[in-house]
Design a protein around this ligand. Structure first.
Ligand SMILES: *Cc1c(COP(=O)(O)O)cnc(C)c1O
Length: 382
């Protein structure tokens, strides 16, 4: 590009990774890979060393999420996207109700809509930039929404729908870009699931889920019904939650996991817990995100996309830019200076920056980023 902008070295953040997932991986996590270079990497996931790693992940997450007795941590391959299909196959009995207010929450609703053995879901659609929770629905047996809608930077409350317990409905929450960044009371959920490439700063490819005993029971019941009563649901072995549970209880996964991902994840959970766990992580993300929202509030060309302060995400911050300045040119100029992945969600199609401020990101670097954006914009405008 011709009219490039050179940001002075002294203004740059120490680390330029601000992606919304994959997100910044701390150098200590890479050091952990090095340490496990001969003892874990390239060894069997069915043997003690890797199983101990998985056990540590499950224990560490139990602590981090302060899970109630009888809840458990279950994991498998395929990421949160795979968990949507697992939930359709193994957790929704007949009909689910969804809150849909962005790409990710819509995708899960779509999965349920296309599953031939499920009835058409009740979908409560919210305007982009807001959230909409599913409302009580007579025949619903599962209520589903996203804690944090990554495509728009909207966070939603996580609280059971009134009356849902009485009708024995489950609450299935997509915590992918919130887990590890925003406080949650998992006792309000039956499945709180996520992938490790966001707040847990690892690589993608795994799904992880905090499961309630009611969810475990539901999966057993659906799978047994499918076998014994011969109803027409096909549960592909890969999507069987019961077998994921059985494997997880042995600190294994159904099929081979990426051991490097497990190592980086384990290191991150340890780091979060050593620093003060969920309280520390959520305070840190609140600090980082408010640096951006406050900067935007003061700016004459930037403003928070999400109007209601309560709905503004603390992990994925979306900032609209005045139409007179192309957000793409800001993103490209930042990229030329080593500041990466600040683009908006493509399908949202707004003149917008989207900035991931997961716990691994230093608040000082977020402050530096705002200075860099101002610097770039002054020169683009000139
Ligand atoms: C990233 C993301 C997903 C998809 O996760 P994968 O690991 O790519 O399957 C789902 N839901 C939300 C809210 C996300 O942010």
């Amino acid at each position: 590009m011709s009219n490039s902008v050179n940001i002075p070295q002294s203004m740059l953040p120490e680390d330029g990774r601000f992606g919304s997932g994959p997100s910044k991986i701390r150098p200590e996590q890479i050091a952990a890979l090095q340490r496990g270079g001969k003892t874990l990497l390239g060894t069997s996931h069915r043997q003690q060393p890797v199983r101990r790693l998985v056990a540590s992940i499950r224990e560490g997450l139990s602590d981090f999420f302060r899970i109630p007795d009888c809840y458990e941590i279950v994991l498998g391959n395929g990421g949160s996207s795979a968990f949507w299909d697992i939930a359709c196959a193994s957790l929704i009995t007949r009909r689910a109700a969804f809150g849909s207010y962005g790409s990710f929450s819509a995708k899960f609703a779509k999965s349920a809509e296309t599953a031939p053995f499920l009835e058409n879901p009740a979908v409560f659609v919210g305007e982009l930039g807001t959230y909409r929770l599913p409302e009580f629905t007579d025949d619903a047996d599962a209520y589903c929404w996203a804690h944090n809608e990554t495509s728009t930077g909207v966070s939603a409350p996580v609280r059971r729908v009134d009356g849902s317990l009485d009708q024995d409905a489950l609450t299935l929450i997509d915590g992918t870009s919130a887990a590890g960044s925003m406080d949650v009371d998992v006792s309000q959920t039956d499945a709180y699931y996520f992938s490790p490439q966001k707040a847990f700063g690892s690589d993608g490819g795994l799904w992880i889920c905090v499961l309630s005993p009611r969810a475990v029971e539901r999966a057993e019941k659906i799978e047994k019904g499918t076998r014994l009563e011969g109803n027409r649901r096909w549960i592909p072995p890969f999507l069987s939650l019961s077998s994921a549970i059985a494997n997880s209880r042995k600190d294994q996964t159904l099929n081979t996991p990426a051991v490097a991902t497990l190592i980086m994840l384990e290191d991150q959970i340890r780091w979060l817990n050593d620093n003060g766990g969920m309280a520390w992580a959520s305070a840190r993300c609140a600090t980082s995100s408010s640096l951006l929202y406050e900067w935007a509030r003061r700016s004459d060309y930037a403003h928070p996309f999400v109007r209601h302060e309560d709905a503004r995400s603390h992990s994925v911050v979306t900032i609209d830019i005045d139409e007179s300045i192309k957000s793409d040119s800001i993103v490209l100029a930042l990229r030329d200076n080593g500041i990466l992945d600040t683009f908006g969600y493509r399908k949202l199609g707004r003149n917008q920056l989207r900035i991931g401020v997961f716990p691994s990101v230093e608040p000082d670097d977020v402050a530096a980023l705002t200075g860099c954006i101002d610097y770039v914009v002054e020169r683009i405008r000139a």
